[in-house]
Design a protein around this ligand. Structure first.
Ligand SMILES: NC(=O)c1ccc[n+]([C@@H]2O[C@H](COP(=O)([O-])OP(=O)(O)OC[C@H]3O[C@@H](n4cnc5c(N)ncnc54)[C@H](OP(=O)(O)O)[C@@H]3O)[C@@H](O)[C@H]2O)c1
Length: 257
């Protein structure tokens, strides 16, 4: 596991799934502090507790309840993080939502606006707010995109578009921030078993489909994505910026028939 001794890590979408596991892995790495963002207080409290069980002192794990769709709450995330820790080394832009709609749905614009706000706009805002602090630490950013940045899930037009935007965002910001020695990368997960599938009632279906659409013949685990995020965030990836790392069991190279 890479070392993050003394480093302050901010993770959005840390109350569930990939973000929660990423928080626990950073805690186990012995990092200096964690700022964890989510909306569901019970879930976020449980993740903060798990991080403490990995050896993090209570005051080094800050839970922040915030809605990424609200500009003033995104501002509050950065303000609270700096107020508590005084620095930022790693930003993990992980929060995201789906949104099943297609052109046939009259209300597609409503879901499109929400998905873009949560998956893309908040990422841009939070990253912009983080730049002064990441400049001081020569820190790094890891975004959570998706295999859907380049492949197309049916009835998920807004989600697919948002994740393609995340990939361009990763490249644009990597280029812009390189002169400050801030690295920006992304992971592109395939199907990963998380509460998002359980909540949709489609977990069994997703597990079965995953056997066919991933070359490795199975669904992925949150720990597999979290490890990739920690790698990209760490000094082990010191000459890597602007990259999209597929964590998808080979799904992006497939054309099943
Ligand atoms: N699971 C997959 O198969 C898969 C594949 C590719 C990419 N991804 C990406 O991985 C990321 C994490 O997804 P997951 O599968 O781990 O899903 P998840 O278990 O549902 O977690 C989503 C996280 O995002 C947070 N979130 C969503 N909307 C938010 C909002 N408006 N404001 C604040 N927080 C918000 C949730 O917070 P609360 O629950 O507290 O509201 C939760 O912590 C997403 O960006 C997703 O697109 C997932």
């Amino acid at each position: 596991m890479p070392s993050f001794t003394g480093k302050i890590i901010l993770i959005t979408g840390a109350s569930s799934g990939i973000g929660a596991e990423t928080a626990v892995q950073f805690a186990a790495s012995g990092c200096g502090g964690l700022a964890l963002v989510g909306r569901n207080k019970d879930n976020l409290d449980a993740v903060c507790q798990q991080c403490q069980e990995k050896g993090m002192p209570k005051e080094k794990v800050l839970g922040i309840i915030a809605d990424m769709a609200k500009e003033e709450e995104v501002q509050r995330i950065m303000d609270s993080t700096i107020q508590q820790f005084g620095q930022l080394d790693v930003l993990v832009n992980n929060a995201g939502m789906g949104g099943v709609k297609s052109l046939a749905d009259d209300d597609i614009l409503t879901i499109y606006d929400t998905v873009i706000k949560v998956n893309v706009r908040s990422m841009l805002q939070l990253t912009q707010l983080a730049v002064p602090y990441l400049t001081k630490t020569k820190g790094s950013v890891v975004n959570n995109s998706s295999v859907c940045a380049s492949r197309t899930l049916p009835t998920m037009i807004s989600y697919n578009m948002s994740k393609a935007a995340v990939t361009q965002f990763t490249r644009c910001t990597a280029l812009e921030l390189a002169e400050k020695q801030i690295r920006v990368n992304e992971v592109n997960p395939g199907s990963i078993l998380t509460p998002v599938h359980v909540k949709s009632g489609r977990a069994d279906n997703v597990i079965e489909t995953a056997k066919k659409v991933h070359a490795l013949g199975r669904i992925g685990e949150t720990s597999e994505v979290a490890k990739a995020i920690l790698f990209l965030a760490s000094d082990d990836a010191s000459f890597i910026t602007g990259t999209s790392l597929a964590v998808d069991g080979g799904r992006h190279i497939m054309c099943p028939r």
